[in-house]
Design a protein around this ligand. Structure first.
Ligand code: HEC
Length: 163
């Protein structure tokens, strides 16, 4: 290849790269304002920290396509062992009102349900819109294990709560 050919090949490659960047932007541009706000809330309210496998351990370096698909890391304490649910499957077939009710329920530790309870309705709805935008993916998290049984897989051991 002569210089001119190398140069035009380089242009072709960068044009291709620019094309893919535009295509990616077009996909993310399809998100509604409400869902985009939900995405932001999920990030700052820490939902991914538990509900996305490896998110906290990798400082958030998990592909968005895997966000909120739950985790098989157990949270073991006096309440038994809980697993952060696959929220994308949990909202499958749910209406915004049903999610609102669900989000305002009490859950076992370490789910910070009291934080979600104090969230404004429009913010909970935005999170729902984002979950719907992501769509169903992954498999359900392992089922809850009562306190008298040891979990099989990896788990985090919690101390008893302070008296
Ligand atoms: C410290 C870890 C942790 C964080 C942070 C967290 N969750 Fe959870 N979440 C859990 C666990 C564990 C469960 C399962 C609780 C149970 O089994 O009772 C759960 C359950 C839920 C459920 C019930 C799902 C179902 O199956 O019906 C919802 C909804 C939920 N979380 C939403 C959220 C949202 C929204 C956020 C961010 C604002 C969030 N969670 C942050 C750990 C967490």
């Amino acid at each position: 290849m002569n210089r001119a050919a190398i140069f035009s090949a380089a242009i072709a490659i960068s044009a291709f790269a620019a094309g893919t960047a535009i295509a990616q932007h077009a996909t993310s541009a399809k998100i509604s304002d409400e869902a985009a706000r939900g995405r932001y809330l999920v990030q700052i309210a820490g939902c991914n920290d538990c509900h996305t496998r490896g998110y906290a351990q990798s400082a958030g370096k998990v592909d968005e396509s895997l966000w909120l698909t739950g985790d098989d890391l157990g949270w073991h304490g006096p309440w038994g062992t809980t697993y952060a649910s696959n929220l994308r499957l949990a909202v499958k077939g749910m209406t915004a009102d049903q999610f609102m009710k669900r989000a305002r329920s009490e859950f076992r530790p370490p789910m910070p349900w009291f934080n979600l309870r104090d969230m404004k309705d429009k913010d909970v709805k935005a999170i729902f819109a984002y979950l719907k935008h992501l769509g169903p993916a992954g498999k359900p998290a392992p089922a809850y294990i009562p306190p008298d049984k040891k979990p099989q897989g990896p788990y985090v051991q919690f101390p008893a709560p302070p008296k």
